[in-house]
Design a protein around this ligand. Sequence first.
Ligand SMILES: [Zn+2]
Length: 470
Amino acid sequence: MRASWSRVIFFFLAFTLSARAQDQLAPKIAAPDWGAYQDETVKMMQEYLRINTSNPPGNELAAAQFFHRFFDEAGIPNTIYEYAPDRADLYAILKGDGSLRPIVMLNHMDVVRADSNNWRKPPFSGEIANGEMYGRGALDMKDEGLLQAMVMIIAAREHLPLKRDLVFLATSDEEVGGTGSTWFLQNHADLVRNAEYLITEGGANLILPRHGTIYGVGVAEKAPFWIRVTATGRGGHGSIPLADSAPNRLVRGLRRVVDWQPPVRLLPSVEQYFKVIAVLEPEPRAAQFRDIRKALEDPNFARQMSQDGDFNYLLRNTVSLTVLQGSSQTNVIPDTAYAELDVRLLPGEDPQAFLAQLRNVVADEGVQVENISRLKPPNSSSANTSLYKIIEAVAHKYNPQALVAPTLNSGYTESQMYRPLGITCYGFNTLEVTEELDSAEHAANERVPVEKLRRGVKMLYEVVARAANQ
Ligand SMILES: [Zn+2]
């Protein structure tokens, strides 16, 4: 093969040019007066936590007006969409030069309710005690929303060069009905359709007791697919047993369901996740995690994994038996009995095919198996992107020992609604939390360490600034 010098020179030039572009970016990241921006972040976060957006009823309009005021002051074009009384989405944009597709920062402004009795500090106070800021939403997800807003404001004030538009989208009602994102996508999908990337909640950076921190980038979620199993038969008096009564048929069918394990299906991102966390395990498990696909061929290992709640849900569709309903009186055999199953499907699954599989397992034509939830099809994003690599690099810069792994969430996030537009969606945030702190989400004493907030804003700015330029 003939060496193509022109090509070599081209690559050399392209490399130096992109290295130079990065060099030009470095002062833009380092130069801001970070102390002042971090103070501002803390103050704004307190103010944001004081706006009560408990859902229901939400009242997110007040939060949208809060962002609107700050964006107006920074000269950032933004629009409030009040799609129902006191419920609103806010969209803001900083235009780039258009050479790359936009990046969206998505956050929800509503929070779950808080019973102030169990809190050390009032849940809508933003009070700081022992270096921790208290407030409903401190971790879910007013923290991320506020940091995303600060990134917009700093980028505007510092005249950050942008190859992509930076889009900020704050929505309502994520915790209850999802009407904010639903309305936005029905009416203004064009404002985000062209985006290449979206970051939102669903990432978690856990500080492990002995092993440093694991940065989890949410690349996929499982989807709830709820099922009701109903048996019917002849009713009667409890003193005269009926062998094929509705409860008996139901229990026999359910017995087969709970003894069943849906087959393993290994997603590439899950494989990558095991590879990353292998270093946390002793041998021989570490070696098995490094090549999980091969290890799962060993029935013993496969059984161990299926019995481990932390890992099993990553490997397959899962079924949890949750509701059981028969007679309300001990001496009455009912003519109907039913159960409900909380099924969670992996991305890429065909719900109807799963339903057919489940009917085969129940194996009783007299027992009905039907879907009772509105399915939001499960989907996922690749972990092999420039944004993922930037996240990895910045995480390592701030915490050289950190592990960075793509994660599959057992729960739902709104990423699922935006992926069908062709956007790579990640759950990502920059706050590191302990397991104890993490468990305060949706519970009493939700709080965020002030130091983490200060560090988080700088780190998120660095991720977004780099992502907006490559
Ligand atoms: Zn949330």
